[in-house]
Design a binder for this molecule. Structure first.
Ligand code: PMP
Length: 404
């Protein structure tokens, strides 16, 4: 039996008040909250072994290096990567995507084609547009339907021998749709295209197995999975990472430097120029330990219960429309009240201590598709409760009364 009351005690922030009301935190898709177990690891690092890594002979440096590299191994094990050097520490999903997009600048040429999906976050659109501009490659888009699902028939039509890359998120941040990435990967590989999966929204809910998926690149952010901000990971198949040139130049990423010529370090250091977010990487490892101790199956089952409960309750409000109605979705509900701007609803909910996100959620093409300026997005995590959902429903009803 999942004991949510016990879990909530791990998160100090959940016992605070906002505007005189108990905080109801439903902005988990933007960033998750941090358990004491991870906060303790951060405090321990700065209290006891803060030092620069990889290049010091002294004890603190070696200790910090060991713990940082252990975190890389934890991430490797979590994602089931074949090698630890296939895990590159980044500052987050956006950094990982840009690293890969930059690398393909020297591989793509005019006439090559890139496919993205209509469900993408801006961070999985803009870097590819920039890449197309640099290389002369063309960007094509898998369209979506009213339920917020990708149209796979069109994807199949878009694929051809010129397709070199396919980029898709595992789960949409704006609608919660779980995309059929297994199918997309298989089809893309059948024409020789590489696939990057944006896992920013899946990793808080699902434990992806990169070898089983046979995915070429997979990116994630620690702050969406109980870890700190400013750190994330890029998984890349060894052969791809060896093929791509370094993203940034600097210390740590070199083998030898003279003014005539520089040779690069082996993986993963080739892609990790400069002093990394050492504490962040270590805390990312601790966050993964924390989530695994609860168990991703347990998390998924409980969150699904919250999703069904909230969907039923919110749907019963007259004039409330939910965007993204796929059967395959995670605990995200994007909605609007007829004739009322989402920002106004969000402002009233905030007064009641309820944190939701309003706006286009960095996914303007989705909003354009539905011809709306944005939505109110409530996104649930395993530490949320049905009582909190009741508070949200009451708040939405109140907002409707006040604003219509
Ligand atoms: N992709 C998706 C699907 C996201 O939800 C987000 C964060 N909202 C990102 C990419 C970007 O993540 P970050 O800001 O951590 O780089």
């Amino acid at each position: 039996m999942f004991k949510v009351d016990q879990i909530r005690k791990d998160f100090p922030i959940l016992s605070r008040q906002v505007n005189g009301k108990p905080l109801v935190y439903f902005d988990n898709a933007a960033t998750s909250q941090t358990p004491q177990q991870v906060i303790d690891v951060i405090v321990d690092y700065y209290s006891n072994y803060n030092a620069n890594i990889h290049r010091g002979v002294h004890a603190l440096s070696q200790e910090a290096t060991d713990v940082y590299e252990q975190a890389r191994h934890k991430i490797q094990a979590h994602f089931n990567a074949k090698h630890a050097h296939e895990i590159i520490f980044t500052s987050g999903t956006t950094h990982g995507i840009n690293l890969v997009a930059n690398g393909f600048s020297s591989i793509l040429k005019k006439g090559d084609e890139i496919i993205v999906s209509a469900l993408e976050h801006h961070s999985n659109i803009v870097p590819w547009q920039m890449l197309c501009k640099r290389t002369g490659a063309t960007l094509k888009v898998i369209p979506m339907n009213q339920a917020g699902e990708l149209e796979m028939d069109v994807f199949n039509e878009l694929l051809n021998q010129n397709t070199k890359l396919v980029f898709v998120n595992h789960i949409s941040n704006a609608l919660g749709t779980i995309n059929s990435i297994e199918y997309i990967i298989e089809k893309a590989h059948s024409v020789g295209a590489a696939v990057l999966v944006d896992g920013a929204q899946s990793c808080p809910h699902i434990k992806p197995d990169v070898q089983d998926l046979d995915v070429d690149f997979y990116v994630a952010s620690a702050h969406k999975m109980c870890g700190p901000t400013g750190v994330g990971m890029l998984y890349g198949k060894e052969e791809w990472l060896n093929k791509l040139p370094p993203y940034q130049g600097g210390g740590e990423m070199i083998a030898e430097v003279t003014f005539e010529k520089t040779t690069y370090a082996a993986l993963p250091h080739k892609f990790e120029a400069g002093t990394p977010n050492i504490c962040g990487g270590i805390a990312f490892g601790a966050a993964i330990d924390y989530m695994n101790a609860i168990g991703f199956d347990t998390i998924a089952t409980y969150e699904h219960e919250l999703l069904e409960y909230a969907t039923e309750k919110l749907s019963s409000i007259d004039g409330l429309k939910i965007y993204g109605t796929s059967k395959h979705k995670t605990s995200v509900i994007s909605f609007n009240l007829e004739g009322i701007h989402p920002y106004d609803v969000g402002t009233i909910l905030d007064k009641l201590g309820i944190a939701v996100r309003t706006g286009h959620h960095c996914a303007q093409p989705i909003m354009d598709y539905f011809k709306i300026p944005g939505t109110v997005r409530a996104s649930f995590a395993f530490y949320n409760t049905k009582v909190e959902i009741d508070a949200l429903v009451e708040g939405v009803i109140k907002a409707k009364m006040m604003l219509s």
